[in-house]
Design a protein around this ligand. Structure first.
Ligand code: DGT
Length: 227
């Protein structure tokens, strides 16, 4: 991307494998380093697909795309039948013990881990069996925190969490994201309100982008599910 930018897209279209209808159309988007963008729109509008495009998972068919290295936090946390440590270090095999301790603390998981029978070496069942929804989301966060990419892509990061847990997780995310660029796909107000700009996407097209302080920004927030 251009100096000072995390993302620049011009006239991008993209197709999912095996589909002959574009899932993203005429996408123009520039994101400055350190900027936070929320992407909102109906179910099926293309929010997750835009994140996939930015992560490099979904190729652009036409147009030009430049993005700094990114880490994608998907809606579902993929956890493996392995120790907590194993589930964490797949994000950074060289992470030191001190660093693991730090990211667990930042994710709000340290006390939980210390209370487990074998601490960080406690084994999880398939799909993270043994962890609550909040704990597995926090584990996903700790994993994200190990990925020091300049761009984080977050797909509904607090979906399914109760209000208090969600606010706690969002606060931690926001603190750890200082200096990084964020793109947050969401339909929940609490997740969009931390953004500098909101992009509205429908039918694979960006219809509108508004900035905090603008009337359109408040209107966009009003379309979202209240906390
Ligand atoms: P959500 O998560 O329900 O709020 O919806 P969005 O806005 O995240 O939408 P997205 O990007 O998941 O889906 C956009 C369209 O693309 C929708 O028609 C479903 C389709 N689509 C999504 N993932 C795939 C895929 O892996 N393969 C194919 N062929 N189509 C997909």
């Amino acid at each position: 991307p251009l100096p000072g930018y995390a993302v620049s897209l011009a006239d991008v279209s993209a197709f999912h494998e095996g589909s002959n209808a574009a899932v993203l159309k005429d996408i123009d988007l520039a994101l400055r380093q350190g900027e936070r963008l929320a992407v909102i729109g109906s179910s099926g509008a293309g929010k997750s697909s835009l994140l996939a495009l930015l992560s490099g998972e979904l190729p652009a068919r036409t147009g030009s795309i430049a993005a700094t290295p990114a880490t994608l936090l998907t809606q579902r946390t993929e956890l493996f039948e392995d120790s907590l440590r194993g589930n964490l270090t797949l994000a950074d095999p060289k992470a030191s013990e001190a660093r693991l301790h730090d990211v667990l603390a930042a994710a709000g998981l340290l006390a939980d881990v210390e209370a487990m029978p074998q601490g960080i070496d406690t084994r999880l069942g398939e799909g993270g069996l043994g962890l609550s929804g909040g704990q597995s989301r926090r584990l996903a966060l700790a994993r994200l925190f190990l990925r020091a990419t300049p761009l984080w892509l977050l797909d509904e990061p607090t979906e399914g969490l109760d209000g208090a847990t969600a606010r706690d997780v969002l606060g931690r995310l926001s603190a750890m994201a200082a200096g990084r660029s964020l793109v947050i796909a969401t339909h929940i107000r609490r997740e969009a309100v931390i953004a500098d700009r909101i992009a509205v996407i429908e039918g694979g097209r960006i219809l509108d982008v508004s900035r905090r302080g603008e009337v359109a920004f408040e209107k966009a927030l009003d379309r979202l599910r209240p906390d």
